[in-house]
Write a protein that binds this ligand. Sequence first.
Ligand SMILES: NC(=O)c1ccc[n+]([C@@H]2O[C@H](COP(=O)([O-])OP(=O)(O)OC[C@H]3O[C@@H](n4cnc5c(N)ncnc54)[C@H](OP(=O)(O)O)[C@@H]3O)[C@@H](O)[C@H]2O)c1
Length: 277
Amino acid sequence: METFAGEVFVIGAGAMAEAFVKGVIEKRAIAPERVVVTGRTLGGRAAGLREKYGVRVAGTEAAAGARMVFLAVKPADTAEALAQVRPYLHGQPLVSFAAGVTMDWMAEIIEHRSPVVRTMPNIPVGVLEGATAVSFPEAGLAERDRKDILFLLGQLGEVVEIPERLMNAATAFSGSGPGFVCYFLEAMEAAAIRLGFDPELARALLLQTVVGTARTLREWGLAPDELRRRVTSPGGTTQAGVAVMEAGRLADVVDAALQAAARRSEEMGRAYAVVRD
Ligand SMILES: NC(=O)c1ccc[n+]([C@@H]2O[C@H](COP(=O)([O-])OP(=O)(O)OC[C@H]3O[C@@H](n4cnc5c(N)ncnc54)[C@H](OP(=O)(O)O)[C@@H]3O)[C@@H](O)[C@H]2O)c1
C-alpha cells in the first residue's frame, strides 16, 4: 500500500486539523508517529488529538524536520502562525487550509522560504467525504511533492486542482455548497412533514434520497439532467414538481446565490491579498 514518506507537521488542532489527521491516519496513508501537531498550546486540543489518533505533539520548531507543513488555523490567525513557523521553513511545502488567504500573501509573510499551496476544503472532510479544491504555485514545487499533497488530501475525499483565480468560485460552490444543499433539504423535509410524514421518517427518506442520488450519479456516470430525465415520465409526478420549480425560476435563484457567495468571498479575501501598484 502506498504511504507518505517523511513527517508532516500540522499547525492548529481544531476541526480542520482533526479531519486531516483522521483521514491520513485512518486510511493508513501515514503512520501516526510521523504526524506532528502543534496548537496554540501543547495541551488542550492538540493533546486530545494525540490521545485519539496517536500523533505526536510538539512546538513549532518541529516543523524544521517535517517534509511538509499543513496550516489549519483560522484566517485571522494565519499571519501570526506563519510568522512563528517562518524560521523553520527551508523549502518544505506549506499547505494552507485557510479560506480566502492568498498564496502571494502567505509567501510574503514567510519571505518565500517555502512553496505555498492553497486549498479550499468543505465541511464533509470531517467524515472523509470532503470536496477539496487545491491550487499549486506556478514554480518552486517539486513534482513528487505535488503528487504527495494530492495523495494526502485525497484521503479526505475528492480533490480537484484549480487555478487560484477560481478559489472564490470554489468557496462559493463546494465550500458553501453543503449549506446550500442543506437549505434545499430543509425545505424538502418541511414539505414532507406537511404532506403527512412523521419527522423521523421524513429525515430517513431525505438522507437516503440525497446519498442515493449522489451515488447513482457517480456510479452510473450520469450528469444530473440525465438522471432527472430518466425519472421524469411525461405527465408524471416528477414532471409536475419540476414544472413548479421552473415556474419559480429555481435555477436563476441558485445562480444568483452562487454569484453572491463568490462576490462575498472576493470581498473577504481582500484582507489577505497582496496589492501591488
Ligand atoms: N472545518 C472545516 O471543515 C473547514 C472547511 C474549509 C476551510 N477550513 C479552514 O480551516 C482552517 C481551520 O478551521 P477550523 O474549523 O479547524 O478552526 P478551529 O476549529 O477554530 O481550529 C483552529 C485551531 O488553530 C489553533 N491556532 C490558532 N492560532 C494558532 C497558532 N498561532 N499556532 C498554532 N495553533 C493555532 C487554535 O487554537 P485554540 O483552540 O487555542 O484557539 C485551534 O486549535 C480555517 O482557516 C478555515 O478557513 C475549515
